[in-house]
Design a protein around this ligand. Structure first.
Ligand code: PXL
Length: 279
């Protein structure tokens, strides 16, 4: 093993069916060679984007006892990565975990995971968005899409934009207290999209081809691969690029299957992700 073995904690929901959240994060992080502990934020029968009548069990009230047990056992993490959370109250517990459960030098990655395509996911409202703002100062890296960035920054969401809009969005967002932002889904041309890495006021952009069909769950695939690559020791920009290239491969695997509308076939591309990490 030519790299340091690390342990991370990921906090997000279990959507039993639907290829998102923990059912995506756990296999991707494991494939990256990282020990992955989980804290489920809620258990749902499916995800909430396209299925109706899903069940939802909020696990907010289990969190303090889980944390207390880990503290008693002396358990700490090299990284903490949060995604879709169960409630506004839970965000307070998650902030406390980010602030106290990392080892010295650990990395905290927050994917706000509450909106896409200009709209909040069904379970969320502006109170939730305000609570999510309080997580930003506890994150080393914030990983929003443009919709989430606009909601958090209080900037109008736009379908079409230029670089000056993206600069303004990032400048406003960084005022919430997170210096490093990886903004996904930044597209300046119809057949291209990409990711902007914003670090200490400097922007770098990785542009790649855009596949017309947008699939559900790509945000979780991206965030998990990014976290895995970063914790494996890749630089911020290299991790952002590897995650983008892997996500594109996953969408390519899925795009010709209309019955697979609910998620991305990320599993068969895992060997390629592992290959990218070894380069
Ligand atoms: O992929 C984000 C996500 C995660 N978890 C649940 C969701 C969604 C998006 O809709 O509904 C439960």
């Amino acid at each position: 093993m030519g790299y340091e073995y690390k342990r991370i904690l990921t906090i997000q929901d279990i959507s039993c069916v639907g290829q998102c959240s923990l059912t995506v994060a756990l296999p991707i992080l494991s494939a990256c060679g990282i020990e992955t502990a989980i804290l489920p934020s809620a258990v749902l029968s499916t995800h909430t984007a396209g299925f109706s009548g899903f069940t939802f069990r909020d696990l907010t009230d289990d969190m303090p006892a889980i944390k207390a047990h880990w503290q008693k056992e002396g358990i700490k993490f090299d990284g903490i990565y949060t995604g879709y959370l169960g409630s506004t109250k839970q965000i307070g517990y998650v902030k406390d975990i980010l602030d106290t459960m990392g080892k010295d030098g650990s990395v905290k990655i927050v994917d706000p995971a509450f909106a896409d395509n200009g709209k909040l996911y069904p379970a969320f409202d502006s109170v939730y968005v305000d609570a999510m703002k309080t997580l930003c100062p506890s994150a080393d890296i914030l990983l929003p899409n443009i919709t989430e960035a606009a909601f958090l920054a209080g900037v109008e969401y736009r379908e079409a934009y230029d670089e000056s809009y993206i600069k303004e969005l990032l400048a406003e967002l960084s005022k919430l207290g997170c210096a490093t932002i990886v903004l996904t889904g930044v597209s300046y041309a119809a057949d291209k999209t990409g990711v902007v890495v914003y670090e200490n006021g400097q922007l770098s952009y990785y542009e790649h081809r855009r596949i017309a069909k947008g699939c559900h769950g790509t945000g979780d695939v991206y965030a998990s691969a990014f976290t895995g690559a970063l914790v494996r020791g890749k630089s911020l920009f290299a991790a952002a690029k590897i995650a983008a290239d892997y996500t594109v491969r996953c969408i390519e695997n899925t795009q010709n299957n209309p019955e697979h509308w609910y998620g991305v076939k990320f599993e068969t591309a895992l060997p390629e992700l592992i290959g990218m990490l070894e380069q």
